[in-house]
Design a protein around this ligand. Structure first.
Ligand code: HEC
Length: 262
């Protein structure tokens, strides 16, 4: 018995609300003398609602009506509210809602005001330190200095010019020092962007750290010795140089692949 009463109440509630909504529709149609076959008439509920799947999503015109209802402190639409909202240009098309309806255009069509509607994405915080921590810029120091150093050394050996060898030495030395900057900014960028320590980045880092370490070894082998390096030391030195060059090139390639995608 109690169930039936509840059921009857629910039924009344549902039909009541549907009745109320079809009242909105009927009033809208009769106020503007819209025929069922006209473009606006065909749109029916979709003059005010965006979709029949979800009646809570309103068109800009529907939203203005809802606001008009709230301002009038009622939930029953009436001709006055329709007229008030009719004088607005809800979708920003340049004509009032009423002018649109009388011209046979649905006031619920999307217009410039709807295009603007989604709130602009919040501006990313401006920071003096970019998210990449200057890593892409900084890594070019060790790479460039190292390659230039090897070239100068090669030319120095070829032309037997000690000045070129000294220049080569300083390039390799500064490459080793600046590689620490590359390591530091790389970790910084990973930390700031919460980049997981795996995949491409894992390989990139392994190669980069190894090449930085090899540069240090080269500097250690060469410092204070230079021309006085024994042949075995020279061989080891140039072996390290070749391996280091290969590692740097590949690390750079992986770093680029990570940033730009492959
Ligand atoms: C003239 C504009 C207009 C038309 C046409 C119209 N509605 Fe509505 N409808 C509204 C407004 C405004 C509300 C919001 C009422 C409120 O919140 O008090 C609403 C609310 C509703 C709701 C309640 C949604 C909720 O918030 O839960 C339903 C369901 C609904 N309408 C169905 C319909 C159906 C079905 C039709 C077509 C027969 C229709 N409406 C046609 C303006 C309209």
């Amino acid at each position: 018995m109690r169930f039936r009463i509840v059921f009857a109440l629910v039924l009344m509630g549902v039909s009541g609300s549907v009745f109320a909504k079809s009242e909105f529709f009927d009033l809208f149609m009769s106020t503007y003398k819209i025929s069922d076959s006209s473009a606006v008439g065909q749109k029916a509920c979709l003059n005010c609602h965006v979709t029949e799947d979800d009646y809570t999503k309103m068109t800009s015109y529907g939203r203005d009506l809802k606001k008009g209802l709230a301002d009038a402190g009622t939930n029953a639409l009436n001709a006055t509210i329709l007229k008030t909202v009719g004088a607005l240009d809800s979708n920003g098309s340049g004509k009032t809602n009423e002018q649109k309806i009388l011209a046979g255009i649905s006031p619920g069509d999307p217009g410039p005001a709807d295009a603007k509607a989604p709130a602009p994405a919040p501006k990313p915080e401006k920071s003096l330190i970019p998210k990449n921590f200057f890593h892409p810029a900084v890594v070019h120091f060790p790479i460039g200095l190292f390659i230039a150093g090897l070239l100068l050394d090669g030319l120095g050996i070829f032309f037997k010019k000690p000045t070129l060898l000294i220049a080569g030495w300083y390039n390799v030395l500064f490459a080793a020092v600046s590689s620490m900057g590359g390591v530091f900014t790389g970790f910084g960028a990973m930390y700031v962007q919460k980049i997981p320590f795996k995949g491409l980045i894992f390989q990139h880092m392994g190669l980069a750290l190894t090449s930085a370490f090899l540069m240090m070894m080269m500097v250690t082998l060469r410092v204070h010795r230079h021309e006085k390096m024994h042949l075995p030391t020279r061989i080891v030195y140039f072996g390290l140089a070749i391996v280091c060059f290969a590692l740097i090139s590949y690390a750079g390639h992986l770093g680029g692949a990570f940033v730009y995608g492959e």
